[in-house]
Ligand binder design. Structure first.
Ligand SMILES: [Zn+2]
Length: 268
């Protein structure tokens, strides 16, 4: 059983929440996210969006290791079951997440990291007069495939530095959209297995990073209605060689959960 909402629906959902036009070719938005934003903010929009992208965390991790996700769940109001695109490789999935189109349209259909030529949120946000920042670990897909946009790039050497940099950006309160990419769990499943001690600890680090970012938003963005999203790109499975892998059309790789939270402006 695959989740029914497609990864191609996220870009328009974020644009709708911000009250801006979606990327030019983006798929329709997610009705659940639209309803959540309307229910929570009424006629207002999210004037800040923070998207945390931990690599490789699937639906089955939430099912099997629910306790690990408690800090994410208590800091979210909405869980959205998503089906990522195929083949479920990192650059393929993130390209669809931020353009709203299928791999056959954005052009990344295998593990390669060219600059995506199709219109994306990193184009739509600046076009609407808003500012975007992309914080990512060097050499990662997220650090490469959305270059050449009028976006502030913060390419750093580690997950920890990415979170640190993002907190600084939140404190400076200058960007309408901030995306933050972390990769430790993906690295660990390929080096070890999807459920090794090191891998599970990596999930724990990603959960903690999310809480750190949420805390920074609560501390610094009190004048804004902020949408926060915990949005992995794909899941993973045990490969024949015992290591973790992904890129196949199977539930463990395709099904992911995204977690949404709105932190409303604080009345003075
Ligand atoms: Zn990935």
């Amino acid at each position: 059983m695959f989740n029914s909402y497609s990864m191609t629906q996220m870009a328009a959902s974020i644009a709708n929440a911000m009250g801006i036009a979606a990327p030019l070719q983006a798929d329709k938005s997610i009705p659940l996210v639209d309803a959540f934003v309307a229910h929570t903010l009424g006629d207002s929009k999210a004037d800040r969006v923070l998207i945390y992208n931990p690599d490789c965390i699937g639906l089955w991790h939430y099912q099997k290791y629910t306790d690990l996700f408690i800090p994410v769940l208590v800091n979210s109001q909405l869980t959205v079951p998503m089906a990522t695109v195929s083949p479920a490789w990192t650059p393929v999935c993130f390209a669809s997440m931020y353009t709203g189109v299928l791999p056959s349209v954005h052009g990344i259909q295998k593990y390669e990291k060219p600059v995506v030529k199709v219109d994306s949120l990193f184009d739509a946000v600046p076009r609407s007069g808003k500012k975007a920042a992309n914080v990512a670990v060097e050499h990662s897909s997220m650090s490469l495939i959305f270059l050449q946009r009028p976006v502030d790039y913060h390419i750093v050497e580690s997950d920890d530095k990415a979170v640190e940099e993002a907190v600084k950006l939140i404190e400076s309160d200058k960007h309408d959209l901030i995306t933050v990419y972390n990769q430790e769990y993906d690295d660990m499943i390929h080096m070890t297995t999807p459920e090794s001690v090191a891998a599970i600890n990596a999930i724990r680090h990603h959960v903690q990073a999310f809480v750190t970012l949420v805390d920074a938003v609560k501390r610094c963005w009190t004048d804004h209605n902020t949408l926060v999203v915990f949005a992995p790109d794909h899941g993973n499975h045990y490969d024949y060689n015992g290591h973790g892998n992904h890129g196949e059309f199977r539930e463990e790789d395709v099904n992911v959960n995204h977690y949404y939270s709105i932190i409303p402006r604080r009345d003075k």
